[in-house]
Ligand binder design. Structure first.
Ligand code: URA
Length: 185
């Protein structure tokens, strides 16, 4: 078994928090395991829980549109979430669930060793960039953490709720594309 397969195996059997009781599938991650680019969302929703694939519901379809618009191929990046199991009724993750689950993402980051990590939304940015991250003020800014260049954009579900944020999202995605070109990734 490869290290990725072993990690998937342990994640799919995980019982470290209550969410395993209500999951249909563990939503581990998808995309290229040799990508330099990692997108990290919050937690699976209903469609993701049913399919085992991140960002396939309404928010995922919107994310696909932005990726397409700036010429980022979804198959050539890696996409994962902070939580691998769906919180009931899509409520926010609890701190103890994040703590129980974050080890899987850390292992994914080690295996992938990306150059750029893009947080999708506030919850992901607060966990990965800094606890007091303010998405309305700091979206699109770049942060260097260890070997990683990190940024956060609005969560696509937030854009569905408030379409006025779409202009900022497009600008941030274009800025990300430019950065990837600059880094030749
Ligand atoms: N929202 C997320 O944060 N992640 C998903 O996989 C789907 C919706």
């Amino acid at each position: 078994m490869t290290a990725w397969e072993e990690l998937y195996e342990s994640c799919s059997k995980c019982e470290k928090c209550e969410l395993h009781k209500t999951r249909t599938n563990c939503v581990f991650g998808t995309g290229s395991q040799s990508s330099d680019v990692l997108f990290v969302g919050e937690a699976p929703g209903e469609k993701e829980d049913l399919s085992g694939v991140p960002f396939v519901g309404a928010a995922g379809k919107l994310l696909d549109k932005y990726l397409y618009a700036v010429g980022i191929d979804r198959e050539r990046v890696y996409i994962a979430n902070i939580l691998k199991c769906r919180p009931p009724k899509n409520r926010d993750p609890k701190p103890e669930e994040e703590e129980a689950c974050i080890g899987y993402l850390r292992e994914q980051v080690k295996l992938l060793n990306p150059k750029v990590i893009i947080c999708l939304g506030r919850i992901s940015a607060m966990k990965l960039i800094k606890p007091d991250f303010k998405i309305t003020q700091e979206h699109g800014k770049w942060f260097k953490k260890g070997n990683y260049l990190m940024t956060a954009v609005y969560h696509p579900a937030a854009l569905l709720r408030d379409p006025r944020k779409k202009e900022d999202m497009m600008a941030d995605m274009e800025n990300i594309k430019e950065k990837l070109e600059e880094l030749s990734v």
